[in-house]
Design a protein around this ligand. Structure first.
Ligand code: CA
Length: 229
């Protein structure tokens, strides 16, 4: 699954450059021009990583960081701070801001993308790895195969993406709308009920008799992947 990176940068030229280069690296990129917009965008669609400029108009970088950390949905989102030389305070150096890493401007794209990859690998191994496991389910993204204990599970492309997404965030409850955005994309119009249909197909393919259903339906909230062991 393509990691969704939210870039928060008020300098247009740099924002455009970041957008272009991260897009080329294969990330799904969106840009917010100020802190307020960033918080709204993060609420609409959960980023997999935030590249956050330190000096922003309206709501500052540190405030955006603090608010993202205080919301349960974005508490663990990886954050990389962009800071100008000289702004690099002890606070940033010690990452006592809640950020995961920082990059000092001017930086090369190679440096930034290396940091992004490293942070994603460390914090969200599910995004960077070729294989993820949850309980007795293993998903192989390179071969596009899914196994449950010793048997091969055959999934359609949508069910595959749905399982991949749920496996990246085990235990988290997603609403139908959040799953639509993440799996189908926010620019596609699909009814929320479609999610139920695909979850149903996924369950049917994954679960054989006497096997535990790894997908939990949370009444009026949505779905989560939850399996003991
Ligand atoms: Ca700035």
């Amino acid at each position: 699954m393509t990691p969704y990176v939210l870039v928060v940068e008020d300098e247009d030229a740099l924002a455009t450059l970041l957008h272009y280069n991260l897009d080329k690296e294969g990330y799904d990129v969106a840009v917010a021009g100020d802190g307020e917009e960033a918080l709204l965008m993060a609420e609409e669609r959960m980023p997999d990583l935030v590249v956050l400029d330190w000096m922003l108009p309206k709501v500052s970088g540190i405030e955006v960081c603090r608010r993202l950390r205080s919301r349960p949905e974005t508490r663990n989102v990886p954050i990389i701070i962009l800071t100008a030389r000289g702004e690099e305070t002890d606070r940033i150096r010690g990452l006592d801001t809640g950020a995961d890493d920082y990059v000092v401007k001017p930086f090369s794209m190679t440096e930034l993308t290396a940091r992004i990859r490293a942070v994603l690998r460390r914090i969200r191994p599910g995004l960077a790895e070729d294989r993820i496991r949850h309980g007795d389910i293993v998903i192989d993204r390179v071969a596009h195969r899914v196994r449950r204990s010793t048997r091969e599970v055959h999934l359609g492309p949508t069910e595959f993406r749905l399982l991949d997404y749920l496996m990246q965030h085990p235990g988290r409850v997603f609403s139908r709308e959040q799953l639509l955005d993440a799996v189908w994309g926010s620019d596609v119009y699909v009814e929320a009920r479609t999610v139920d249909v695909h979850v149903g197909r996924l369950r049917k393919a994954l679960n054989q008799e006497a096997e535990q259903d790894p997908i939990r339906t949370v009444r009026s909230a949505g779905y989560s992947l939850d399996m003991e062991g």
